[in-house]
Design a protein around this ligand. Structure first.
Ligand code: WT7
Length: 704
């Protein structure tokens, strides 16, 4: 079917050709794209002329990008050296970049701005205040309850609270290089906490407030983090989340593992009630009291460019979540530069990223990138569906938001209410719409473009990862840069994506393969906490003849125009509602239940979440399946990981398909979960120890 986009947007429609079917991909699983848009066409949508009425564009058209991109890959040191010199460096660097991505050639490493000394907090705050912008609004706090009166922060106010909090941390014994954990609601004090750490050189580890005590304790222990910044709780929609209680429970688990949490700084966010926690004497302090009595001046710690800025835990295909390490200098330069060009961030803009700072998106596109560009931002504590599906659009009008950055899963959830809630707002202030977290299916793209943006705003479909630190592939809003719904299009400056075969051969021109990146960009992952081997085997397993690659874990197709179409993860990572979960983590949670003999977890296409969580469970002999057990297994996932890891489907499986050597054939489980079970799709099942298992599973599918 042809795309029905308004002619007013000045569209040039090329004939619709069937160009992508995920079933044809050698590795990729069926994605949401396959469910909603079997036919992904090659429509080109130019940046709407209306955009250029709001912006001159930061570059003079696509040709200017082409020229800059070429320069950035031909001479990365010259290119990034020039960009980096726009920041404050206390001491200059001696070498812009060096690296090794090939394990056979020695230690794998990436280094940017070696020898340089800087401080990210100084660049995000002091620099702007010193230049006379202290009175500019930094954070507009949009509370959970519409209309509640809450404090917004100017840059000077942020700087003040950051310095005080930094001094509180110092009083608690935090020193440069120590790891501080942050388990907070999405309120201005969350980025403030991160910046306070950055100021004194403490490495922050933000844990998303939706994680369970079990998951939090694992991260505290792995990071050896004994100081935690938290809150009593928060309302998310109609649900209270008692963060303090979760931290308390986590500290008990830490205690059992012989790690004492030494200090909590607790922000009070809920009204006084019988639920208000009683703090532990000597260990805990209320945030407001601590900062009120703290010294308001705190000098910055000048950091080496390669000193770590933060660690952020993320799921992989195997084992426990790993602590991804990011650097100071390179991360700063890249987060700032991508923010500026991808979102056309300019003076007077009000940027609204809906992501929580518990994820990388909130790190790079709330706390760091926009602040380094001196943006005014909306910090949204609530959820897009509360009190109703019109909330985001009212926020846009209320604060005259110029760019919104959200996830396809949110867009699809809002689409269900139709155009009404959107059209009840004006949205005239918007100039650009961003998308992140998973492939945006063209149907959601069209709705975002036409309904939300009234065909006036370009869409920035941004592909990147926790490990990449910043946006890697995304269209820039420039004259002559056609967008294709569902494609993140072309790489950012300095990024060299390549497609490789499973054998490690580069694919030239159009084709499909594993997405890898040749050579480092400034915010390349610097390591995995405490596990060099895992860092190397996960991200640098492939070596070409001359050099190695950073392996992304995603599949990708490149079309005739060089545009990139991400086909989804090729490993055992599930992307559900924009949250990344390892199948192994969910499996470990489920098998902890005494009635469970075995479990296998796969993702399956889900109309709203992108991917849903599908669990095959084999019960111990003599145990009967029941609704109670079903509920118990759900609780098991919530308790071990968090509510977002609750399974969508539990399939009572009499047995699992295994090879003769006992390996579970996940390929087949994925097919059954996505109801793609004709003989052609299932492929060869003859290597199974008992091929009849497949028929049994198809017959017992709860989706049938
Ligand atoms: C994975 C990374 C990047 C910040 C949020 C998620 C998927 C992300 C896109 C996109 C297609 C995307 C990939 C990637 N992904 N953005 N625009 N198009 N896929 O960070 O939790 O580290 O997850 O999200 O599969 O590998 P993350």
């Amino acid at each position: 079917p042809a795309l029905l986009l308004p002619a007013a947007a000045g569209l040039v429609l090329t004939p619709a050709t069937r160009t992508h079917s995920s079933a044809a991909a050698p590795h990729a699983r069926p994605t949401i794209r396959a469910v909603l848009d079997v036919d992904v066409s090659q429509q080109r949508v130019p940046v709407p002329a209306a955009f250029f009425e709001k912006s001159d564009g930061l570059l003079n058209g696509k040709a200017a990008y082409d020229e800059m991109y070429q320069r950035s890959v031909d001479d990365p040191s010259a290119f990034w050296g020039e960009v980096a010199s726009q920041f404050h460096w206390e001491e200059p660097w001696s070498e812009v970049m060096s690296y090794n991505f090939a394990p056979s050639k020695g230690e794998v490493f990436t280094s940017w701005f070696k020898g340089g000394k800087t401080n990210v907090c100084f660049n995000a705050l002091d620099r702007h205040v010193a230049a006379g912008h202290g009175d500019q609004v930094a954070f507009i706090h949009e509370p959970n309850e519409e209309g509640e009166t809450v404090k917004s922060y100017t840059y000077a106010e942020v700087l003040d609270e950051v310095q005080r909090l930094a001094n509180v941390l110092k009083e608690k014994g935090v020193r440069k290089g120590d790891r501080v954990s942050i388990f907070m609601p999405m309120v201005p004090q969350l980025p403030i906490a991160m910046l306070a750490c950055a100021r004194i050189g403490a490495v922050h580890s933000v844990v998303f407030g939706g994680f369970s005590a079990e998951a939090l304790s694992g991260r505290l222990i792995d990071a050896q983090s004994t100081v935690v910044l938290t809150a009593d709780g928060v309302m998310r929609g109609v649900k209270p989340i008692n963060l303090y209680d979760i931290v308390q429970a986590a500290t008990k688990i830490c205690g059992e593992a012989c790690m004492e949490v030494e200090a909590l700084v607790v922000l009070k966010r809920l009204p006084d009630s019988d639920k208000t926690p009683t703090l532990v004497e000597g260990r805990d302090v209320w945030w407001s009291e601590a900062i009120a009595s703290a010294d308001p001046k705190c000098d910055v710690e000048w950091m080496d460019a390669e000193d770590p800025l933060f660690v952020l835990y993320t799921s992989g295909s195997t084992g426990k979540p790993k602590g991804v390490l990011h650097s100071t200098g390179g991360y700063m330069v890249y987060a700032a530069t991508t923010s500026k060009y991808v979102f056309d961030l300019q003076d007077g803009d009000t940027f609204f990223c809906t992501a929580d700072c518990g994820w990388i998106t909130g790190h790079s596109y709330v706390t760091y990138g926009p602040m380094l560009n001196r943006a005014t931002q909306v910090i949204f504590e609530g959820v897009p569906s509360y009190p109703d599906n019109g909330r985001l659009w009212r926020i846009v009008d209320e604060h005259q938001v110029t760019q919104i950055y959200t996830a396809p899963t949110a867009i699809r959830a809002l689409m269900r209410s139709g155009e009404g809630p959107v059209k009840a707002s004006s949205r005239k202030s918007l100039k650009l719409l961003g998308s992140v977290g998973e492939p945006i299916n063209p149907e959601a793209w069209r709705w975002y473009f036409e309904v939300v943006g009234d065909s006036r705003c370009p869409i920035a479909d941004t592909w990147w990862q926790t490990e990449t630190g910043g946006i890697m592939i995304a269209p820039l809003p420039l004259e002559g840069w056609a967008q294709k719904p569902g494609s993140a299009s072309l790489p950012f400056f300095g990024v060299q994506p390549v497609l490789i075969t499973p054998e490690g051969k580069e694919i030239e021109g159009p084709g499909e393969g594993l997405l890898a990146i040749k050579a480092p960009w400034p915010s390349t992952i610097r390591g995995v906490v405490g596990d060099y081997d895992r860092y190397v085997t996960t991200y640098f397993p492939i070596e070409g003849e001359e050099y190695g690659y950073y392996l992304t874990g995603d599949g990708c197709r490149r079309d005739e125009d060089g545009y990139h179409w991400i086909t989804g993860r090729v490993d055992d990572v599930i992307n559900t509602s924009g949250h990344r979960i390892g199948t192994a983590e969910v499996e470990s949670a489920v098998v902890l239940h005494p009635d469970v003999a075995e479990a296998a977890v796969v993702g399956f296409p889900h109309p709203i979440k992108g991917e849903g969580i599908y669990i095959y469970v084999t019960l111990n002999e003599g145990v009967e399946q029941s609704d109670e057990l079903l509920q118990a297994l759900r609780m098991q996932c919530r308790g071990e990981i968090g509510a977002f890891a609750s399974p969508d489907v539990i399939h009572w499986a009499p047995a699992l398909p295994k090879t003769r050597s006992g390996k579970i054939m996940r390929r087949i489980l994925r097919k059954i979960a996505s109801k793609d079970t004709d003989a052609d799709s299932l492929g060869d099942t003859s290597t199974l120890a008992d091929p009849s298992v497949v028929d049994t599973l198809i017959a017992t599918s709860p989706l049938a």
